[in-house]
Design a protein around this ligand. Structure first.
Ligand code: ATP
Ligand code: MG
Length: 609
């Protein structure tokens, strides 16, 4: 391929909104341009690298027997109404009406669509297990698209879905996916960290995320110094740092009676600690949360009898559009909203407004507590069970209780682990100290259980002729985010340094001046390389050598061959070969350069697997 015949508009400067390296380099190297917020165009060079990543993913999916399909991107809203996600997906899902007025969805993910396809074709256990994938466009109306294609609104995902007769078969495919993911990222030159993850709005049980360590990572990861425990903070647990009572509800024998105390002008825990001369660890902190799209059964929850229930489909779980909860936790700790949302099976949770707090607790913000609270279900973090002589808000302005005992003075409607685990907390597996890292999620595998197959009524006949519901898994990788992460990990001050496996070209030939003997030698080397299967770009532009060298560095093509008059005139006509990222160029005879370079290219490809 000749540079003059392609379209690689390199730039000296990146646009002002490009703040991370991959975003800057994708623009500067002419891979990418922005169409609108969160919407991008891959130019030819970018698309070459994108296709490489896509193909690595495709090869590894095929290798574990997953079958590629190509569904449409626009899906009928009807399918989403069947699963209940028409309500729970909220504004991130782009909804449109077609000319007949029917609700349509631009796929943000495709559990419903694929389950719809499988349901129509599935009849017998003999068709299972079935693993299907697509590499296709997704649209999510992200509130804050940023960092270029790392978090776009339109992006490409490899999403796979599997269907099984039982949990054991699901587990086999889930494990195979995990292994395939490890191979995919290794081949892309990425070191990934698989971590335990929350199964989020997807529901279901087992879930693992594949993270790359990154300063701009959206995820906080907790890792153990002693064992291989690694988890997203949205899921991380820790060993209790208190003596858990054997029977949490049993009253402590020596507990002092509950007492109300005036606490004027002390609202925050710090102010109360100073006023009462005590420690935050002796407080029952109570926060009022608003949850939306709650799937937990609230029929026996205090204050919830009149809540509006939405029942999307006869078999789908009832959803409460909105519900409020009093969440109690030991005073020195923070509530993790993802863990809380998971415990409540809620789409989203957020702190209630001041007005809601006052309406629901009868007191201004700062005086909520679980004692005597009849208007809300109390969700108590596990740490509160050990509190037998604590301070808590008394549901009155400027008043607190002291000597509050869990079990005697209040009991939770739901006991759960909703604590935010932090660096320094103890590993739940081995008790070792944990530390934190920031990570970016590239892939995610889930065991979904029956979350989609049941409400969407996918069925098969088992060996005995009995009708059963298949159990399901789903497995995603962001292609664009993976590509950007490769650049984050492989670059230097001059530009990208592609791993061979995903480089848009393997070799760039830079003739100092593309004419005469230099031109003939360049063309002959290029032809030889291409014949051997080496993807070669010839920089035939009538530009200064310095400009061409800079662009070769910026675009990150692994090998650069410089063809110049002086070296060709040597006794052994030669050229210079340099590996991108290395300082020294090697002089090589023209006669040997094709074979030598091809050998190095294929060696590197082999090494990445
Ligand atoms: P995030 O937490 O980053 O929003 P997610 O958990 O919502 O991601 P999944 O639904 O698990 O994402 O999607 C699978 C993969 O798709 C992610 O691991 C990620 O690589 C990619 N992905 C998700 N959202 C985006 C986006 N807005 N832009 C680019 N890639 C994305
Ligand atoms: Mg995810």
């Amino acid at each position: 391929m000749k540079f003059s015949q392609t379209f690689i508009p390199t730039l000296r400067e990146a646009p002002a909104d490009a703040v991370i390296v991959s975003h800057r380099l994708m623009f500067r190297s002419g891979m990418l341009r922005k169409l609108a917020n969160g919407l991008f165009t891959y130019l030819p060079l970018g698309l070459l690298a994108f296709r490489k990543v896509e193909n690595i993913i495709r090869e590894e999916m095929n290798a574990i027997g997953s079958l590629e399909i190509k569904p449409s991107v626009v899906a009928p809203g009807e399918l989403w109404k069947e699963s209940g996600r028409w309500e729970s997906m909220g504004d991130s899902m782009l909804r449109v009406k077609n000319r007949a007025g029917a609700d349509m969805v631009v796929s943000p993910t495709a559990e419903e669509m694929v389950t719809g396809i499988v349901r129509d074709e599935l009849s017998s256990y003999k068709q299972l297990p079935l693993s299907i994938y697509q590499i296709n466009v997704k649209y999510r109306d992200e509130i804050r698209p940023r960092y270029g294609v790392m978090r776009g609104r339109e992006f490409t995902m490899k999403d796979a879905y599997s269907y099984h007769v039982d949990e054991q078969s699901l587990d086999e495919t889930y494990q195979k996916m995990g292994t395939a993911y490890r191979r995919i990222f290794k081949r892309c030159g990425l070191a990934v960290l698989p971590v335990r993850a929350d199964s989020g709005a997807m529901g279901g049980s087992g879930s693992e995320e594949f993270m790359v360590e990154s300063e701009i990572g959206d995820n906080t990861l907790l890792l153990c110094r002693e064992c291989d425990y690694a988890a997203n903070v949205e899921k991380a647990g820790c060993k209790p740092d208190y003596d858990a009572p054997a029977d949490a509800l049993a009253p402590a024998a020596d507990a002092a009676p509950l007492e109300k105390i005036p606490t004027p002008a002390a609202r925050t825990i710090a102010e109360l600690c100073a006023f009462l001369k005590t420690d935050a660890k002796t407080f029952v902190k109570t926060l009022i949360y608003r949850a939306v799209n709650v799937e937990l059964d609230l029929s026996n929850a205090p204050g919830c009898a009149l809540l509006k229930r939405v029942r999307p489909a006869p078999d789908a779980p009832a959803v409460y559009a909105e519900a409020f909860f009093a969440v109690c936790i030991r005073g020195d700790l923070d509530v993790n909203e993802a863990k809380l949302a998971a415990a409540l099976k809620a789409g989203e949770v957020s702190l209630a407004s001041d007005a809601d707090v006052e309406r629901l607790t009868g007191a201004p913000v700062g005086f909520a507590g679980p004692v005597g609270l009849a208007s809300l279900p109390v969700v108590a973090d596990e740490t509160t069970a050990a509190l037998k002589d604590a301070v808590a808000g008394a549901l009155e302005k400027d008043v607190h209780y002291r000597h509050v005992a869990y079990g005697r003075d209040f009991a939770p409607w739901l006991a759960a682990d909703v604590r935010t685990v932090k660096a320094g907390d103890r590993c739940p597996v081995c008790g070792g100290e944990m530390y934190e890292k920031k990570g970016n999620e590239l892939g995610h595998i889930f065991k979904l259980g029956y979350k989609y197959t049941k409400p969407m009524n996918a069925r098969f006949l088992d060996e005995n002729g009995a009708s059963q519901t298949p159990v399901m898994g789903s497995y995603g990788i962001g292609v664009d985010r993976t590509l950007a992460s490769i650049i984050e990990e492989h670059h230097d001050d001059a530009g990208i340094v592609w791993p061979m496996s995903v480089a848009p070209f393997h070799v760039v030939i830079v003739p100092i001046k593309y004419e005469g003997a230099v031109k003939s030698a360049t063309d002959a080397i290029a032809a030889g390389l291409e014949k051997s299967g080496v993807e070669t770009l010839v920089d035939d532009r009538n530009e200064r050598a310095g400009v061409k060298f800079n662009d070769a560095d910026l675009t990150g093509i692994p090998f650069r061959i410089v063809v110049g008059e002086k070296n060709l005139a040597l006794e052994t006509p030669s050229v210079e070969v340099k590996r991108r990222g290395e300082e020294e160029a090697k002089r090589m005879p023209v006669d040997a350069v094709v074979q030598e370079t091809a050998g190095m290219v294929f060696d590197e490809l082999m090494r990445l697997g």
